[in-house]
Design a protein around this ligand. Sequence first.
Ligand code: 5AD
Length: 345
Amino acid sequence: MKALIDELAAKKRLSREDWVSLIAGRSAGDERYAAGLAREISEGLFGKRVFFRGIIEFTNYCKNDCLYCGLRRSACGTARYRLGQDEILSCCREGYALGYRTFVLQGGEDPFFTDERLCRIVRGVKALFPDTAVTLSVGERSRDSYQRLFDAGADRYLLRHETASKEHYEKLHPAEMSFANRMRCLQELRDIGYQTGCGMMVGSPFQTAENLAQDMEFICGFRPQMIGIGPFRPHHDTPFRDRPDGSSALTIFLMSLCRIMQPRVLLPATTALDCGADDGRTKAILAGANVIMPNLSPTGIRKNYLLYDGKPGLGQDAAASLASLRAQVEAIGYEMVVGRGDYKA
Ligand code: 5AD
């Protein structure tokens, strides 16, 4: 399979069949080979440096009912909360003092956060901290809404495509959600001018190697500025509670291939890699990831923002979350860098 990895490095694309063989036929040696190449590429472009972004999980209300997600509206065991503008701004103040220059505002699809309310929050953050970037991760909205939020100052938007196969998408989502709308959102975000992030879960129920090949092809064509890839983890209050964990090794392999395919992409080492005893996030950095997103949410609410079981860092405050990740990153010889860390074409 090394020949296919070299071909990807040279041509920045592969055929569907080659993606499938690479994904389904990979060995541990191939994973190491891809990781080494990806690491060389990211060190060449970024040095041994990792961008850090503070993530503020400001609402866990969600109108959707995605079958995998612990925030789905049917998850009755989840105590719901939303942060007010002042609480969000005080998280940013604390984050700014800790050195963050990107704030990621993430939440469920909560109708309380109308354009007006969300725009006011974005403007508030940008007014207080003009040298920061604001990333939104608040799901599917109208084009008009995305435009208003962009005009209010939002710089980036994360919206994972979850899976690039319509058939697979429909097995993970209820009938009222559509693959076409997901794709519409991603296209509009790009068109408006956001630095846009897509991405998928690895090992989600019903996923095949062919599906992952479709994901890689989609990423290849869409050319996002950011790619968020994490393993599926079951959540006890969802229909997928008994499904097995996605593979961290496969997740990291695909991340390496993303780095090889799109050298400059912003590629986070995602939190789901660090479930349980795993040190997946540092492994991911050594395999081409260059972003880490420590939690900046108030400690009291963290246990209620569970997309999956086993999420790390629930008992830590913002400073402790940053300190422990910083220590892990430094232990592998990398440095957390201050700065907005924008995508550079
Ligand atoms: N396991 C792993 N990732 C999940 N997400 C949601 N639920 C799960 C889960 N059970 C991911 C989705 C979503 C992102 C915010 O979290 O990909 O886009």
